[in-house]
Design a protein around this ligand. Structure first.
Ligand code: ATP
Ligand code: MG
Length: 411
């Protein structure tokens, strides 16, 4: 682990300007943690003694977005980059599960660090003062431990979302959980029911998108946020889902496959209902539900190219890719066959192979010009032509298709 960190130049400029105006200021939280781990932070958050209105005054309103003034947050635009800047504060509990009931601005960065969730997230840094680490965050990073700042019970009672965040950060970095923190999390996970569903969904997705989250999918926590799964009665099934999830790719892009693995017992309808309840986006619901609907797929090794084409006729290439990954993870004994099917589909997609009626070199208008009557018969004829093209009995060429269509009509 690194001993010092290199603060990003734009953030340094903002800190200097705040300091020159007499306000203490630091970079804080995730950017310090990630830099110490040798990772590149995705953004640099600042904290300062300056009040939001003083920040706006100093940088000019045109360079500021009033992101959450009542909580002390102003976003500063500097040279095309955004820096979220929050006034040092303490906070009360989150009765509505969304916002702290009251925040109180305070003069000292250490007080601000004390309201943060975990020691690894409760460090600040300044170009001259170096790292401010009152709770042993560096030590915990070194040992690979996520630990609550202060009394875990109190911290989870203030804001139960921190329980999900605990597993999310542990899974993201492959860290262990401090035993007292873990025990409090398991004991208090019932409190997650007063956290807003949007916040739960967001943290849950981040946890499930971690590299191999299985080890950190605490059954008690999942039972609290997804009662539909009846995890307490179906422990083995839940354990199996965790294994399947670990075998699937990480990241938000392929999250629907992991969600499908988790929610499969609910079947398509139950999946839609559960994800709607969690306020998921329609796109995410749709992508997940389709996978659950289709996951009974069996590979036909002697018939792969044809099977791949028929599947591509119904499913988008990306959906099919995820479905085959999911099926392979669910049935490791058939993983090779699913993999071969996936390769076949990939090849067909690359070749722009004809898999759908709309890919045919002939269309309904061509057939009507040849004298076919409009209506369902037309569609049936196109489908019959498609089948011959897919099975290789006909080339996807206009003339050949016209001749075949004429023969169909004559017979
Ligand atoms: P990421 O890289 O995932 O964004 P992050 O550490 O920046 O990680 P955020 O959720 O963006 O995490 O929160 C920023 C910082 O605010 C955290 O590092 C932590 O110090 C503090 N924080 C966020 N949410 C809470 C919370 N619910 N309770 C206490 N502190 C929190
Ligand atoms: Mg962040």
């Amino acid at each position: 682990m690194k001993e010092t960190i290199q603060i990003e130049p734009g953030a340094v400029r903002l800190l200097k300007k705040l300091n020159a105006a007499g306000y203490p200021a630091y970079v804080v939280g995730g950017c310090v943690r990630d830099s110490l781990l040798g990772l590149v932070p995705h953004d640099w958050d600042l904290c300062t003694a300056a009040r939001p209105e003083q920040v706006m005054e100093l940088f000019g309103e045109e360079n500021c977005i009033p992101t959450g003034l009542q909580h002390g947050t102003v976003t500063i635009k500097e040279n095309g980059t955004l820096y979220e800047t929050t006034t040092f504060r303490t906070e009360g509990s989150y009765t509505d599960g969304r916002h702290p009931d009251r925040v109180e601005f305070v003069p000292d960065v250490r007080e601000d660090l004390a309201r943060r969730d975990f020691t690894i997230n409760a460090m600040a840094c300044h170009p001259e003062e170096g790292i401010i680490d009152p709770f042993g965050g560096r030590e915990d990073l070194k040992r690979g431990i996520v630990r609550a700042v202060g009394q875990p019970h109190e911290r989870f009672e203030e804001d139960a979302l921190r329980i999900l965040r605990l597993y999310r950060f542990a899974a993201r970095f492959g860290f262990a959980i401090d035993p007292a923190t873990g025990q409090a999390a398991r004991e208090l996970c019932g409190h997650l029911d007063c956290v807003s569903l949007e916040r739960i969904e967001d943290e849950l997705s981040r946890l499930l998108a971690a590299p191999k989250p299985g080890r950190w999918m605490e059954p008690a926590v999942f039972a609290a946020v997804l009662p539909e799964l009846e995890i307490n009665e179906e422990t083995q099934r839940f354990e199996k889902s965790c294994e399947v999830i670990d075998a699937l790719p990480a990241g938000m892009e392929d999250l629907p496959a992991r969600l499908a693995a988790l929610l499969a017992p609910l079947r398509e309808k139950g999946v839609r209902k559960a994800l709607r309840r969690l306020r998921c986006s329609n796109a995410k619901i749709e992508k997940t539900a389709v996978l659950v609907r289709e996951m009974g797929l069996a590979p036909e090794p002697e018939n792969l190219p044809l099977q791949a084409r028929l599947l591509l006729g119904r499913l988008e290439p990306d959906t099919l890719r995820r479905l085959l990954l999911l099926c392979g993870a669910e049935h490791p004994e058939q993983a090779e066959a699913f993999d071969a099917l996936e390769k076949a589909a990939e090849r067909l997609t690359k070749e722009h192979a004809c898999c759908r009626v709309k890919d045919l070199a002939i269309n309904g208008r061509d057939l009507m010009e040849m004298g076919a009557a409009p209506g369902p018969g037309l569609r049936r004829m196109l489908e019959a032509l498609l089948e011959e093209v897919i099975t290789g009995q006909l080339p996807n060429e206009r003339e050949a298709l016209r001749r075949a269509a004429a023969q169909f009509s004559a017979s």
